[in-house]
Design a protein around this ligand. Structure first.
Ligand code: NAI
Length: 247
């Protein structure tokens, strides 16, 4: 690594679920992790579990649906640490409904957190990463962005948008030593899936080649690989971690 200190990683939506697992894994791999979400207390609990395990972490409260706040968050992190080496846009929400009943508000709210926030964070981090001639951008999409899902026109649009945007960033930023990749989870056991009907989940798991739901840590492993030195020749890819759902 070119820099004297450890890598600085920003992980959005890190207060729980997949984001928390990613933050813990990157910290275990030696990064200084900046955890971002809205809930200060939950963020503090994740930071505490990282630091008590000997890792380096700090939290930043930010409403990612506010583009100005996202830009300020990245700028402040660069100001404090001199750089951001790894950006993981993980935060996401869903507001499901069939197309005939989906309001403009629900469409735009889902786009704002899942896609626009990721765009603004990528745009803001690009210049400092270019200066360092090293960077890893990892955006969390979903299998829904690949194949669609009834009731999720907004979420599918956002998650497919994340894929198109990331492939474009791979092409724009590759010559500066920056890779950009997507991880597309299938059904992962988190608060997000807990909100779903349990019977539906059990049935869905039975139909998967691996016959079970995934764990947040299994997404974190994929992110850790894409963030690593070892993945230096991998860019513009979508890594599905879905028990074989889409194959
Ligand atoms: P979760 O609902 O457990 O956690 C979402 C995180 O995003 C939380 O930390 C929350 O505070 C944060 N967040 C949401 N809106 C925010 C806002 N406006 N400002 C700041 N932070 C905000 O979700 P989960 O399951 O951990 O999902 C993480 C990512 O993985 C999301 O992008 C989700 O779409 C994606 N995903 C999850 C799947 C699953 O089965 N759990 C499947 C496919 C994709």
């Amino acid at each position: 690594m070119g820099n004297e200190n450890c890598r600085v990683a920003v992980v959005t939506g890190a207060s729980r679920g997949i984001g928390s697992a990613i933050a813990q894994r990157l910290a275990a791999d030696g990064c200084h992790v900046v955890l971002v979400a809205r809930d200060e207390a939950k963020l503090a609990a994740v930071v505490e579990s990282i630091t008590s395990a000997g890792g380096k972490a700090e939290s930043r409260v930010c409403d990612l649906s506010d583009s100005g706040a996202v830009e300020a968050l990245i700028e402040k992190t660069v100001e404090d640490h001199g750089r951001v080496d790894i950006l993981v846009n993980n935060a996401g929400i869903n507001r499901d409904g069939l197309i005939l009943r989906m309001s403009d508000e629900d469409f735009h709210a889902v786009l704002a957190v899942n896609l626009t926030a990721a765009f603004v964070a990528c745009r803001t981090v690009a210049r400092p990463m270019m200066r360092g001639r090293w960077g890893r951008i990892i955006n969390i999409s979903s299998v829904t962005g690949l194949v669609g899902n009834p009731g999720q026109a907004n979420y599918a649009a956002a998650k497919a948008g994340v894929i198109g945007m990331t492939k474009t960033l791979a092409k724009e930023l590759g010559s500066k030593g920056i890779t950009a990749n997507v991880v597309a989870p299938g059904f992962i056991e988190t608060d997000m899936t807990e909100a779903m009907n349990e019977e539906v989940l059990v049935e869905a798991a039975k139909r998967l080649p691996l016959r079970r739901l995934g764990r947040a840590e299994e997404i974190a492993h994929a992110v850790a690989y894409l963030a690593s030195e070892d993945a230096g020749y991998v860019t513009g890819q979508v890594l599905t971690v879905d028990g074989g759902m889409v194959c």
